[in-house]
Design a protein around this ligand. Structure first.
Ligand code: NAP
Length: 316
């Protein structure tokens, strides 16, 4: 039997990295095995990965040396950073640079870097259609990732740039699900007008990443978006209505109103939804559903995702 190649997975106990781990380990006859990276090898999440068959090692994206150690001897890696854990653009950019430097130091053959658009290429900071945030950004959690791509390119790390979409899990755990209005009717509030927005089951991001690793060197240097379906707010509300068995209205507020909601990150997300709306073609051409399906034939539609997860959506 030929020895399996090791893929190091950052964020292995989380959504994207966890999807990579599950995709690799569920393909028993596949070419790869997993080295899961976590800050706490004794956490319940880490133990669950061990039980699934992953090697679990310590590593922290804030600490490049720990990543270099964790990447040693691996064929490839999946890298993701964690903007919402700290909401600091500088920290996220440093984390991305650490992943690139560690990949270079360990001599990896294929890295998948989970990035997003630098929206300032489309909406320069001088463009006042949306506010500039923290002095430098339009959509901070997108821009910092896109701005960090150059680390991988300049260091000559063999990288595929993977662009995720809006996770449908945000309806369960990120506060983005339908909420009851004063009339008692559920409303899905998103400032995306009539645009179709790319969405995805978060587990499918990792499965597409696995498809990219299997396809291998021909995808190095490419930018590949992942989407399960492109849907308007009205279409999502209609599908939610069927799945939840009660009416869900699409509440198309202006982006400025969304930005004013006041929760942490409301301004960032308001700008993001405005970007998805005004640059619908840019976003959706990048996140091609059929291309995603070719890399992961089990790719889920929103209806398929709802059939499994609608019961977990909190209805307040
Ligand atoms: N939500 C969306 O719709 C969406 C869409 C596109 C992109 N994104 C991006 O996805 C990124 C987050 O990925 P995710 O959703 O997979 O994360 P997640 O599910 O929140 O996973 C977080 C995991 O990352 C690990 N982690 C956190 N800080 C770490 C650190 N300093 N060093 C090493 N590991 C660390 C933690 O593992 P341990 O505790 O085990 O160390 C945790 O289990 C964000 O940057 C976000 O902008 C989100």
């Amino acid at each position: 039997m030929t020895e399996k190649k090791i893929i190091a997975v950052v964020g292995a106990t989380g959504a994207q990295g966890g999807g990579v781990v599950r995709a690799i380990l569920s393909d028993k006859g596949g070419p790869f095995t997993v080295r899961a990276i976590t800050r706490d090898v004794n956490s319940d999440g880490a133990k669950a990965l061990k039980a699934m068959g992953a090697e679990v090692v310590a590593g922290d994206v804030d600490d490049a040396a720990s990543l270099t150690r964790a990447f040693q001897g691996c064929y490839g890696a999946f890298g993701v950073t964690f903007y919402w854990a700290h909401m600091s653009p500088d920290r996220e950019k440093a984390q991305a640079a650490n992943i690139a430097k560690a990949a270079k130091a360990a001599g990896l053959s294929h890295v998948i870097w989970s990035t997003l658009e630098d929206t300032r290429k489309y909406v320069p900071v001088t463009d006042d259609r949306m506010p500039t945030l923290m002095g430098h950004y339009k959509v901070p959690h997108f821009d910092t990732k896109g701005e960090s791509d150059h680390h991988f390119a300049e260091l000559g790390v063999p990288t595929t740039y993977l662009l995720a979409s809006f996770y449908w899990e945000n309806f369960i755990s990120f506060g983005a699900g339908p909420k009851k209005g004063p009339d008692g009717v559920l409303a899905l509030t998103m400032p995306i007008g009539a645009a179709k927005m790319a969405g995805v089951a978060s587990d499918d991001i990792g499965a597409v990443a696995y498809g990219i690793l299997k396809q291998g060197p021909s995808l190095i240097g490419q930018r590949i978006g992942v989407a399960g379906e492109h849907l308007t707010g009205a279409e999502m509300a209609s599908k939610l209505t069927k799945a939840l068995g009660q009416p869900v209205r699409f509440n198309n507020v202006p982006a400025a109103v969304y930005r004013s909601f006041g929760f942490p990150g409301a301004d960032d997300l308001g700008n993001m939804f405005q970007f998805y709306d005004e640059f619908e073609k840019v976003c959706n051409d990048m996140r091609d559903v059929e291309k995603s399906r070719r890399l992961h034939p089990g790719l889920q539609s929103f209806d398929q995702w709802l059939a499994k997860h609608a019961g977990k959506i909190p209805l307040e």
